[in-house]
Write a protein that binds this ligand. Sequence first.
Ligand SMILES: Nc1ncnc2c1ncn2[C@@H]1O[C@H](COP(=O)(O)OP(=O)(O)OP(=O)(O)O)[C@@H](O)[C@H]1O
Ligand SMILES: [Mg+2]
Length: 384
Amino acid sequence: MSKTENKKILVANQNMGLDESLYPAVLNAIAHPLLIISETGQIKYVNSATENFFEMGAPILLRQNIANLVLFGSPLLALIKQVNQKQIAVNEYEIQFEIPRLHVTKIVDIQARLLESHSDVEGRHMSIMFIERGMANMIESQILSRNATKSISNMAEILAHEIKNPLSGIRGAAQLLGATANSDDKSLTTLICDETDRICNLIDQMEQFSDGRLPEYESINIHLLIDHVKKLASNGFGKHVKFVEHYDPSLPQISGNKDQLIQVLLNLIKNACEALEDVPNARIKITTAYKAGLKLKVPNRDKLLSLPFELSIEDNGDGIDSAFVPHIYDAFVTNKKGGKGLGLALVAKIIADHSAVIDYVGDKSGAKFRILFPLLNTSIKAEG
Ligand SMILES: Nc1ncnc2c1ncn2[C@@H]1O[C@H](COP(=O)(O)OP(=O)(O)OP(=O)(O)O)[C@@H](O)[C@H]1O
Ligand SMILES: [Mg+2]
């Protein structure tokens, strides 16, 4: 066997038999941003996830030096320097990575390593991969909130059965007593009736969690639902708030249950309005966008599901304390006087039933909830 034939076999073995023409598709299939830079930091290659990450197309990115995309003094530049100097692979975890052009800070893990040198390519090159913690945390929080809502489902069924029935007996008896009581005692029987009504309402709300029936799904234009909830808010609990919309009008419809999705929007927008009660220039920004490329493992599905439809609701309040964030989807977690702490727990259940995901991506300058939906024909029914 000749030397060239030997080399060909070696290359084929190294490639595991994969045709070279498939390499770009393989790199684009990686859900995490991956880019290759030269020794001077010039960007030489980006996969599709990188375009989404920096919200910039490949032709523009390929004309940039990595230093132009980040802040002066960014930990990424120090990491690149370290890899170049020590010629080792470096991984850094949970880095606050600012993208100044987008005014956003993302929490990422970064993996950087030098590529093997190649006779056809001049100079040394480095691969940099970003792993967004938001995404990892999102999957974790989906699983946690799914478990939390399941336990509420069981509890709500028990409560409805064991409390609501005797409660209606107590209310009936109090009403009878009230009919013949003097005015002092009447105020007490009224109190009993009011309190039993309040407990019944609370149980009704909790029963929404245990409703295992499959809701009707239909094709939904989410913008119409947002406008409906905005109107409700502007005429009631959100009079003090200015709404700003950034809609992508070309967005396709999604598959969902209209009433449930209205409930989701209502709970999120109501929370935002409540957080803005004493805030001057109170503002809620609602954004819809199409972001191809993001695939996640979602409840009810074995395979990764593409979730390209993004809806975000952002306010300019104080945001949620980072220590509190992991618990916000749990039932009865509230810091409001008179709050029940059920709003976000219900949101998490409905979102999971729609095979969608929700994530909190706010900071001190305001709360921001981001929901990612699958498209119309990929959405599925609730687990029951
Ligand atoms: N936009 C927001 N800004 C600041 N904090 C928020 C925001 N949304 C939610 N929170 C926090 O999350 C907690 C849980 O919200 P959730 O809607 O589940 O309950 P709640 O609003 O307290 O009560 P309710 O059951 O009446 O909705 C809130 O008490 C609040 O502390
Ligand atoms: Mg609420």
